[in-house]
Design a protein around this ligand. Structure first.
Ligand code: ADP
Length: 148
């Protein structure tokens, strides 16, 4: 091994689609262990267009949605991360445009490697989904795209 290349790995996942992590999680875990890196798991709640429909939602709609997503993500961590995981793992929730938030959180957390699945397997017409494509294009960090 030439050195501790990666310190801070980001795994963005869509909790509603197991294909977003089934193959990417084992890769992220292996690399986190190999480099002794911190594993950061992020799920983004897509923005529902607050300025237009905001008035139909209770004032604490976003706060509630964040809390629910944080709970769901922590449950996911309990169920899917190995019990004997010897690296630090944290769960993050963001609200907004998925690829923008992945990039913003990557910068904020000083991420040096983003590991993400390419697309949903159903979408056979392309090899890179819209969010993966934009992250690869706009993120400053290394991006490992796991083909699904
Ligand atoms: P598709 O439209 O086929 O799902 P995407 O580009 O949206 O393709 O998905 C590729 C990857 O983008 C996912 O594997 C995941 O890493 C990331 N991603 C998609 N949706 C979310 C989300 N809501 N929160 C965090 N990451 C997401």
């Amino acid at each position: 091994m030439t050195g501790m290349t990666y310190k801070n790995i980001l795994l963005p996942i869509d909790l509603g689609h197991a294909s977003s992590w089934k193959k990417a999680l084992p890769v992220a875990l292996d690399l986190a262990r190999l480099y002794g890196a911190h594993l950061n798991v992020l799920t983004v709640i897509p923005d529902v267009g607050m300025p237009v429909v905001g008035s139909f939602f209770p004032a604490d709609f976003e706060k509630k949605a964040r809390e629910k997503a944080q709970e769901a993500l922590e449950k996911w961590m309990d169920e899917n991360l190995p019990e004997d995981l010897d690296v630090k793992a944290d769960a993050y929730v963001a609200v907004g445009t998925i690829y923008d938030e992945i990039i913003a959180v990557a910068n904020k957390l000083n991420i040096d490697l983003i590991v993400m699945a390419s697309h949903r397997p159903k979408m056979k017409d392309y090899l890179l989904g819209p969010n993966a494509a934009r992250v690869v294009r706009h993120a400053r960090q290394d991006v490992l795209v796991v083909r699904s």
